[in-house]
Design a protein around this ligand. Sequence first.
Ligand code: F0G
Length: 460
Amino acid sequence: MQFKTIIEPFRIKTVERIRLTTPEERVKYLQNAHYNPFLLHSNEVIIDLLTDSGTSAMSSEQWAGIMRGDESYAGASSWLRMEKAVQDLTGCPYVLPTHQGRAAEHLLYTRIGGPGRVFISNTHFDTTRANIEFSGATAIDCPIPENADPSLEHPFKGNLDLQKLEEQIQHYGPEAIAAVILTVTNNSGGGQPVSMGNARAVSAICKKYGTRLILDACRVAENAWYIKHRESGFEDKTYRQIAQEMFALADGCIMSAKKDALVNMGGFLALRDLDLAVQCRTVLIVTEGFSTYGGLSGRDMEAIAIGLDEVFESDYLNYRIKSTAYLAYKLHALGIPIMRPAGGHAVYVDARAFSPEIPLDQYPGQVLACELYLIGGIRCCEIGSVMFGKYDEAGKLIPANMDLVRLAIPRRVYTQSHLDYVAEAFSELVKHRDKKTGYKIVYEPPFLRHFTARFGFFSV
Ligand code: F0G
């Protein structure tokens, strides 16, 4: 008999206290944080859905691995274990450990990027885009058109638009294309999966034009769940085999281990091309650390090797995807406009549809993120015009394609009642919707402004 209730497939061995703040305290905390949830202190937050990155609970096996960590400077056994785990999964012979995903991005994209170079992706994540643009290169997003409609159901809404990909390659000329980057799952595009069919077609186009294909693989296990359950021909394959098949299509990959390797810190770059690996390795040694630890402790590498195995366990992945879908289902039932279908690691709320009265240059996503904090102490992240907006020459905001608010679910951390609490906060928010104006930015840095921007009220 198959039970309908999906339980957390783990028992809790260690607990971490959550301080339950009052609404009055939260008004003060948010003011001190300049209305930017990134600037809140964690003990001011009840449920932290800011990110699923580096926030996983490690297993007892991983903690045991932490104790076994070999901290030798060169050739540590923990490095050899991590290297083998990455090689087995990705099929790439050259593995470079880094302290997190963006360090791997920096190593690779500053080598192959630079002025005049072009990168094309289903959607570049913010640090990916920042590393590319920082090198002087151009980053172009080509998601399928269905991705732009948050309410539209599509099984693989993270796919890359194949026609646009070819048009862009022809427009810039294949020699100008530094890489095509397939982000699985497509985080900035709503945490939506990419089908194997799409990945195969992208790979074929890259081969046709002699262009490099890089997988941004930080949620590759979650992506594999969707392929097994939504794409025909994969029913009998394991999640791991599906991921391996996807890696086999690419020339290399970047992975932030802080997501699907179930650790709090770490990442890697894995490549098939020795020359490129040697170039990146030289910079790795200068900026991160020796090539057998990068920016990592031996114990971190041990935990990554174990996490890369655990993440493909079918009970875990099933719970992971279904529990995110549970929150999406509850919010949908309340009439909250969410990105459909639910993504793997997060539920994305369509803030433009939630607050149509707020003009886009008053950042409706930021308003919703702040209101959720005030009402329930829930911290989440705007993925919209604060994160991706640009200014035209007259200084007027060019808004992002969408204004989403991401409720990212840390792995193995929160239980069903925590998610019920989040849904209840939304139901309260719907009852108390009286805010008509939004925010203006009063301070912003030149790159990645959402992390440190400060906001003030937009006066009417
Ligand atoms: N690529 C994607 C698709 C990501 O989601 C992230 C991080 C990175 C690269 C960079 O990895 O943080 O280890 O340097 N995403 C986090 C998030 C920050 O909240 O979605 P990193």
